[in-house]
Design a protein around this ligand. Structure first.
Ligand SMILES: [Zn+2]
Length: 471
């Protein structure tokens, strides 16, 4: 498995930066050409390969127009091809959902999936229609990137132990030397992204080489619930990533305030422009509505959240051989767009990071990740199974007369779902509710309860009724 690393340039000479920007701009035209010519059914959709494109361009002289070195445009062709393929793959996922909605018949479904996978959808009217609907013809929006393959750059350390990266420029044999702010030399294929006067060097390393991948996992089976104030709570009652809530809410407050101010400035600038004062409008746009600082702050915030979440998952894997969790990548049908609500947008993004961290860390440290159906796990009591009431971080169960800590209750429920004979990963929501309801009814009429294994009883004893309610 690969993970992406980023190195940054340090105090890069503006002249060199401008030269790199120019190169990236020209390579952007290569990308645009790729999308225009091959970004549809007749191109990548028909199984075209990047080598064929290279041969065609060399034959008809297309490559001369771009004014860049051979290796630069060839690498860019390969990269753009991969983008187009990703665009196609995303459309196929949509079509797979459409197939699922259209038919329940196993054989027919299988036939359609196979046809889709083999890129032969054009022969099937339904698939062709769906592909036209979902495969929106894309266009290139990347004009700030340079891809450099491993044998075209080199790194060196100078007398002041500064690391320099030398990459090809626009002239043959004239390298552009970029000072980096790290001592770790990037390896493999590099993607240079030019943003705000700074070069970001993106490269991938093998996850096995990371120090954290050498640490073994634990031997317990642990359920986890994704929380609001902490990244994860496990079924032993331990919270992980406790700073997450603070980071999220302070970021949300900051964004609200800043967006308010920017909106105000923007309206001042617009008014000025309407009145003919274009100099003032321009001044505001350049000095007060820039994006360099904003983007850097956003990147820093994202890095903080990622660290918090990855650390939390490492803590869980430290004791777990099996981690039981909700599938956080699952889409919810009918969910409306999140719109302007900043809190929900941030929460949506952290959910994705948590899913990534669980998958990534489990794989690297050798623990198993089991996804379960998490429907109603936060609304039922882990001891008696009854539906209860959640208020804030407390969960009230009336039959038990107990207040549980809500996230811990949910985490234990999630853990139990891993061995649940009736509730599978894809059991629909309403069916889960029915099953849970039936169990509670059986409980009330004093039929034997299924789950009373010693392990669970012990867990209950260890874990905490904060306060007993009077019944
Ligand atoms: Zn209960």
């Amino acid at each position: 498995m690969k993970v992406t690393r980023i190195a940054y340039s340090a105090r890069l000479n503006p002249g060199k930066y401008a030269a790199l920007v120019e190169q990236a701009r020209r390579l952007g035209r290569v990308r645009s050409e790729m999308w225009q010519r091959y970004g549809s059914i007749n191109g990548v959709g028909a199984g075209l390969r990047d080598r064929q494109v290279r041969d065609r361009w060399l034959a008809d002289g297309t490559h001369v127009r771009f004014g860049v070195l051979a290796n630069a445009w060839k690498e860019t062709v390969r990269d753009a091809m991969a983008d187009i393929a990703a665009n196609l793959a995303a459309a196929k996922v949509e079509v797979q959902w459409a197939i699922g909605r259209r038919t329940n018949a196993g054989a027919e479904r299988k036939r359609m999936f196979t046809t889709l996978r083999a890129d032969q959808w054009a022969s099937d009217p339904f698939l062709a229609r769906q592909m036209r609907k979902h495969w929106k013809r894309g266009r290139n929006r990347t004009h700030d990137q340079i891809v450099v393959c491993a044998d075209k750059y080199n790194t060196a350390v100078d007398g002041q132990s500064r690391l320099w990266l030398a990459v090809p420029g626009l002239e043959p044999r004239k390298m552009v030397k970029i000072p980096l702010s790290t001592a770790v030399a990037p390896t493999g294929t590099l993607r240079l992204i030019l943003r705000g006067g700074r070069v970001e060097v993106h490269y991938q390393i093998d996850a096995a080489e990371m120090r954290s991948s050498q640490r073994p996992c634990g031997d317990a089976t642990v359920g986890v619930d994704k929380g609001y104030t902490e990244a994860l709570t496990d079924s032993d009652g331990q919270p992980h990533g406790v700073q997450l809530g603070v980071v999220l809410s302070s970021e949300s407050d900051r964004l609200k305030e800043r967006n308010r101010r920017r909106a105000k400035l923007r309206s001042i600038a617009n008014t000025a422009a309407l009145r003919g004062n274009h100099a003032k409008a321009h001044r505001i746009k350049v000095n007060n509505l820039g994006t360099v600082k904003r983007d850097r702050q956003a990147a820093r915030y994202r890095a903080r959240v990622r660290t918090e979440i990855f650390t939390a998952v490492h803590e869980v894997v430290e004791k777990a051989a099996t981690v039981v969790a909700e599938d956080l990548t699952k889409r919810f049908a009918g969910r409306k767009t999140l719109g302007k609500n900043i809190n929900r947008r941030l929460a949506g993004w952290t959910k994705g990071v948590t899913a990534e961290a669980l998958r990534n860390v489990s794989e690297r440290r050798g623990s198993a990740l089991v996804h379960v159906n998490a429907a109603y796990t936060s609304q039922t009591c882990h001891r008696c199974g009854a539906f209860g009431r959640r208020s804030g971080d407390r969960f009230h169960c009336t039959p038990c007369g107990v207040v549980w800590q809500a996230d811990v209750n949910a985490a234990i429920n999630i853990l139990h779902r891993a061995g649940d004979p009736d509730i599978a990963l894809h059991t629909p929501h309403h069916k889960v509710k029915q099953i849970l309801q039936d169990r509670t009814d059986r409980h009330r009429t004093r039929l034997p309860v299924q789950d009373s294994s010693p392990a669970i009883a012990e867990r209950r004893a260890n874990y905490p009724n904060r306060s007993a309610m009077s019944n």
